[in-house]
Design a protein around this ligand. Sequence first.
Ligand code: PLP
Length: 443
Amino acid sequence: VVKDSKIQELIELDKKHYIHPTTDPKLLAEEGPPIIFAGGEGIYADHVNGDRYIDGMSMLWNVNLGHGVAELADAAREQMMKIAYASSFKGFSNEPAIELAKKIADMTPGDLEAVFYTSGGSESNDTAFKLARFYWEIKGKPSKKKIIAVSNAYHGVTIGAQTATALQAFHEFSGSNIPGLFVHATAHLLNAEQGDKNDPQYEESIRAAIEREGADNIAAIIIEPVQGAGGVNIPPEGYLQAVRKLADEHDILFIADEVICGFGRTGTMFGVENWNVVPDLMSIAKGITSGYSQLGAVVMNKEFRDTLVSFEGVLAHGFTYSGHPTACAVALKNIEMLERDNVLDNVKAMEKVMRDGLAYLKEKHDIVTNTRVIGLLAAFDLREDRENDKTFAPEVKAAPTIVDECFDRKLILRPLGMDRIAIAPPLIINKEEVEKIIAIIDE
Ligand code: PLP
């Protein structure tokens, strides 16, 4: 626990020297950080003043095994004492990177069997876009360049990922999206949890985009199995299968953005497994290390891998930290623990507790609607008039206000826009802890 004067000093230094990501810079410069994390254990994260908060979002949907896991720290230390960092360029390799590649090949569905490492989700998606385009060049179809993404998608903030991202603030930030490369179709914004059925108009909007641009000009389509930042939208049975079929019919690669869904978040190891769909490429990051180290990857199927290795010349793409040995060692331990400790069983059991809790909130509070949960990825919407689906006026800031109230009660949640609140706690949460989250929201 740090003294008040020291905390004040930290706040002033933060205000002056630290430009924060996805933050209102003016507000932060005025008010300073609402919390300075200094510790944590399980689902709890501690403010530097010693106050303990429930981390109801696994920070950024990534701390899947929770905070303070000594085994993950030990795995990092052990690897760092052997060799902390090693290059993977020009074929140089290292044990953890090789073993993790094999492990990912074994645990991912279908014939996904090789990886290209990155340092995070945005890099994974940009890598997937570039490799998809390169694949078609090798195949003698260099005109296949465009990428289809869907409305409401969040794929990250590097220039490619930002352009694929459809959420307006990110997509348009600094006028930096790449014109002409991406095409947006309409996403399902249905929620299977509410009994919404697959509506063919959404796959038709993808078909229309393909027909408009011409399949000969399209390299790939990218979709989050469950949209995260765009609202926790759980697709109805049949939707992802239909997208897979459309991709096959038109010789288009299917990229699943599993950056949030991967590694147990939705109750299966990967999100696509809920619908028995196997993508050609999969972007992963976040939960691969539970946030204990920065790592991402693009996983590719056998045919894609075989095509890449048929190319003679240098694959001129790669990051200094591609195949980072320490990050890979942490990921190996993280996956070992996910499997060894039957974490997916807990996710399934806690999904039910969360669903019951959300149903209770909906029953009790007229403003709560559209409750939904898959695994430990949950959300609910807020309405001024639920019967008539009337939203609150934007200036009410319904979701941010409730999230602030929860924060005052030591629960961290995340508003998605003005009318929607996400809940995504660490996957090791227990029943009492889920009920505590619900009780704070209730209050
Ligand atoms: N894709 C999805 C679905 C995400 O939710 C995110 C981050 O939240 C990203 C990609 C970008 O990942 P990163 O922030 O690690 O670059």
